[in-house]
Design a protein. Structure first.
Length: 183
């Protein structure tokens, strides 16, 4: 899967990411959420920064993750008056761009939409992460009314994945072709 993702050209990745952002931005999931837990994309992931901008312009609270050394994620709210939020990101572990620890810690609330990247997904919501369990640990703590939305390129959708008891499924999946609810 990593090879397939690496073979997607920059132009195609940009076009597909924009299409995915448009799918999410025009969805009822996005319209009904008041809080968005997003991520800063790695080169091979769907870039959702346009959606973050849209959410902030729409008055939604947006949180971004920080990786902790114990393989867990802490999310921090983007400070609403930061028009240039990207300028405040810092490099964390694994060369990931992360919010500064000074931004307020975020807690999942009702009407939260959580964007979940992964290496691969099935149409039933199973996901293959990158092997450290960051998202599985975080998603296992999701309580209240939140939706876990898998974000992927169509090439990342596979018929089956090896599943472990601790693996957490997503509720819905979006690609450049469509947004579907998982069964």
């Amino acid at each position: 899967m990593r090879g397939i993702l690496a073979s997607i050209g920059d132009e195609q990745r940009t076009v597909s990411s924009s299409s995915i952002v448009e799918q999410i931005g025009s969805s009822m999931l996005f319209a009904q959420c008041t809080h968005l837990f997003a991520y800063i994309a790695l080169k091979q992931e769907v870039d959702v920064s346009e959606l973050i901008d849209l959410a902030l312009r729409s008055g939604k609270q947006v949180a971004l993750p920080r990786c902790r050394t114990d393989h867990s994620l802490d999310y921090h709210w983007i400070v609403q008056d930061e028009k240039d939020w990207k300028l405040f990101l810092e490099e964390g572990p694994y060369r990931l761009q992360e919010p500064p620890p000074s931004w307020p810690k975020a807690v999942i609330q009702n009407n939260t939409l959580i964007l979940v990247p992964a290496l691969a997904f099935t149409r039933s919501g199973e996901r293959l992460g990158k092997g450290k369990g960051y998202y599985d640990r975080f998603l296992s703590e999701c309580t209240g009314r939140c939706i876990k939305l898998g974000v992927a390129f169509e090439t990342q959708i596979v018929p089956a994945l090896p599943v472990q008891p601790h693996d957490i499924k997503v509720n819905a999946l979006v690609t450049e072709e469509k947004l579907v609810y998982c069964v």
